[in-house]
Design a protein around this ligand. Structure first.
Ligand code: 5GP
Ligand code: MN
Length: 351
């Protein structure tokens, strides 16, 4: 299947595309793909989609996330092995250092790979970055950084085309790439562009079952997770209409009460954005003695700048994350006390 494109890789010089094409031209190379910590649908989907394509071409590919990912992302038909560092440190490390090429997917700075950061920086062969987050740092030999893309999966499709490997995409790769796009766009509700739908229309030609994929991703929850969501909305949501902001928080004790498993709180931060007039939401979750923060916004309110400034984080304009070393209560107090500083911007935000 041959399709036009390339023009859309706005930030990527043709030299980079040509060089990466050369690097990957001889099968078979040992390749490790590393997604970001706490991998989401885009991190896993783009890694498996590219990984399967490279494997079909003849490369020896492994995906090595630093930590585990939710069950609703564990149904892929891909036969690319996934070795989770936290579950098998020795093997994960061996795979990384035995590789000829390391591909970092869906993150913009090495520290987003958590405990794999040091290994990434020590790796002395070819490092490639494929990512759609703003403000990438220069830690790879070849960087595909394209912020106009909805998802790294959408970008991975264009990179695959750019380096001439589109013929090696199959149904398994298409399914993984589609999943990355679906999850990072909130089931096509934000960040989509003409190119997103062009890529999706190409992926559909591989015969993927999109109803099944959506069902795996969105209708695969435990009853505990649904009850936790109900609890959050009913008892844990604070709304500040004068700041156009809402916040939800969960302690580790509360998570335990609802038999929390990874991924259970995925998407919770988006719910308060459905309230009329709310343009900024935060979700604070206490985990391992720290507080993980998620921020979502509408319009031009910069969730990433807010997070970078006050929660040591970053991300996209409308979807960002960060961390707080304060206790949960103190974190909420800090957040609410910061809001007046942003009141003007929040009130000015148009959608
Ligand atoms: P989430 O709220 O789903 O964890 O993350 C939303 C977005 O922010 C994602 O694009 C994610 O990559 C980014 N993000 C999440 N946590 C962090 C963080 O600690 N640092 C940075 N720089 N980005 C983050
Ligand atoms: Mn992404």
């Amino acid at each position: 299947m041959r399709i036009q494109i390339l023009s859309i890789l706005k930030n990527t010089d043709i030299e980079i595309i040509t060089s990466v094409k050369q690097v990957l031209a001889d099968a078979k190379k040992k390749i490790t793909i590393v997604p970001h910590e706490n991998p989401d649908g885009d991190a896993i989907g783009s890694a498996l989609g590219l990984g399967q394509t490279l494997k079909n071409f003849g490369h020896d590919v492994n995906v090595v996330p630093v930590n585990d990912y939710p069950d609703f992302l564990k149904w892929f038909t891909s036969d690319v092995p996934v070795v989770i560092y936290e579950q098998d440190k020795k093997l994960a490390k061996e795979l990384i250092f035995a590789s000829d090429v390391l591909i970092c997917m869906d993150f913009n700075e090495a520290k987003r790979a958590g405990h794999l950061e040091k290994m990434i920086m020590k790796f002395d062969k070819t490092r490639i970055l494929i990512d759609h987050h703003p403000y990438p740092t220069n830690f790879c030999n070849y960087t595909f950084s394209e912020t106009s893309y909805s998802s790294t999966a959408e970008l991975a499709f264009d990179v695959i085309q750019g380096i001439g490997l589109a013929d090696y995409i199959d149904e398994r790769a298409a399914e993984a790439l589609f999943t990355g796009i679906v999850t990072d766009t909130g089931n096509f509700s934000h960040n989509t562009s003409k190119n997103t739908f062009m890529v999706v229309s190409h992926l559909l030609q591989y015969g993927i079952n999109t109803d099944k994929i959506r069902s795996e991703v969105y209708s695969n929850f435990t009853s505990d997770r649904m009850k936790l969501l109900g609890y959050c909305l009913n008892e844990k949501m604070l709304v500040f209409p004068e700041m156009r902001t809402a916040v939800i928080s969960l302690s580790s004790k509360e998570l335990e009460e609802f038999n929390f498993t990874p991924g259970d709180t995925e998407g919770f931060v988006n719910y308060p954005l459905s309230i009329k007039n709310i343009v900024f939401t935060a979700l604070f979750i206490e985990k391992d003695g720290l507080v993980k923060a998620s921020f979502r916004s509408k319009g031009n309110f910069p969730a990433n700048a807010f997070s970078k400034l006050h929660f040591n984080g970053g991300g996209h304009l409308n979807a960002a994350g960060g961390l707080s070393k304060l206790g949960l209560e103190e974190t909420i107090i800090k957040f609410t006390q910061l809001l007046p500083e942003f009141k003007h911007q929040l009130l000015e935000t148009t959608i």
